[in-house]
Design a protein around this ligand. Structure first.
Ligand SMILES: Nc1nc2c(ncn2[C@@H]2O[C@H](COP(=O)(O)OP(=O)(O)OP(=O)(O)O)[C@@H](O)[C@H]2O)c(=O)[nH]1
Ligand SMILES: [Zn+2]
Length: 310
């Protein structure tokens, strides 16, 4: 029997079968990933095959190849990772220009991480009922910037439900990761999409003070119109995905485009002579805010390398 893993509570997985039943299943077999050490071999979003034995216990016996997955380090001290979810069709980053401010650094880090995970992102600007003229201008600039780079943008007012039908249509039959700063309206949006849903069970993980990983629970929220939501405040990846500094710019689409013209093929676009990215920033072809966000990721990496050494 084939199905989709929609919930993971420690060693049990809820598998929704193609005929719409939810079957509690355990794992059978060795499903280790080749490239990462993970604490959980199966995650929500995995498409699996289950077998039910004579005693009536269901076992996951096969996992279909994943098109993508997002992970986080299981704990600060461990090299192991935890797979948060697999097979994401898209991520929606909920953004507010004001109340609270979402910085472009936050947006760009999210976008770059999602690129590294190969998850397409859409930006949803919420609380448009609260924008004054200045906020409105900032909104227009941001929409112009991100649309020009290739990220679809939409506006929403979760309070008055303006834009909600378009959002529903965008979510239909897809597995969507919903993210955003605290206070941007994620819970309000989920409540409008799935009235009465029990919130904040989406992805809870507790750590002992020694950094030991104790419990993990994750769940996808089924949408009434079809599809699933995964509610998580943010995604991290650069700490867990191994990559060289020169690779970071691959995840800033427009930087990557210009980087092909750089004199050195391992150019970090920071200070190198003949850097086409710096030239494009100077010529106004790449936005300064995007370039700043890129540098901020590089700076963070330098700092953490320094911390590890000393
Ligand atoms: N004016 C206005 N307020 C909104 C809108 N959407 C949400 N809010 C308000 O913004 C506040 C924060 O919303 P939440 O839904 O709790 O935000 P959240 O992103 O889930 O925040 P965390 O739970 O901290 O992650 C609440 O007081 C909401 O009522 C909107 O479209 N317009
Ligand atoms: Zn360069």
């Amino acid at each position: 029997m084939r199905g989709l893993v929609i919930k993971n509570t420690g060693s049990w997985y809820t598998v929704r079968t193609e005929d719409g039943r939810d079957i509690e299943s355990k794992i059978k077999g060795n499903f280790r990933l080749k490239d990462i050490k993970s604490t959980n071999p199966v995650a929500v979003g995995d498409r699996v095959v289950i077998d039910i034995n004579k005693e009536g216990t269901a076992f996951i016996t096969e996992i279909e190849e994943r098109k993508n997955y997002i992970i986080r380090r299981a704990s600060n001290l461990s090299k192991q990772s935890h797979i948060i979810a697999a097979n994401l069709d898209q991520a929606m980053l909920i953004v507010t220009v004001n109340y609270p401010i979402t910085t472009t650094i936050f947006i760009d880090r999210f976008l770059a991480t999602a690129e590294a995970y190969r998850v397409p992102v859409k930006l949803v600007f919420n609380k448009i009922d609260r924008y004054n003229n200045e906020d409105q201008r900032a909104l227009e600039c941001l929409i112009e910037l991100y649309t020009s780079i290739g990220y679809p943008c939409s506006t929403l007012c979760a309070r008055t439900e303006e834009g909600l039908d378009a959002l529903k249509a965008d979510l239909k039959d897809k597995i969507t990761l919903l993210s955003g700063h605290s206070g941007v309206g994620k819970s309000t949006i989920i409540n409008k999409l799935v009235p009465g849903v029990n919130l904040r069970t989406g992805d809870i993980s507790e750590y002992h003070n020694k950094g030991m990983h104790t419990t993990t629970f994750s769940e996808m929220i089924p949408l009434p119109g079809g599809g699933y939501l995964i509610d998580t405040p943010g995604i991290k990846g650069f700490g867990t995905i191994e990559m060289a500094d020169a690779e970071i710019s691959h995840y800033f689409r427009e930087l990557f485009k210009y980087s092909e013209e750089c004199r050195f093929n391992n150019c970090t676009h920071r200070h190198e002579p003949g850097c086409a990215v710096i030239q494009a920033v100077n010529d106004g072809l790449i936005s300064e805010s995007r370039y700043k966000s890129y540098l901020s990721i590089l700076d963070d990496r330098m700092e953490s390398k320094y911390r590890e050494e000393f």
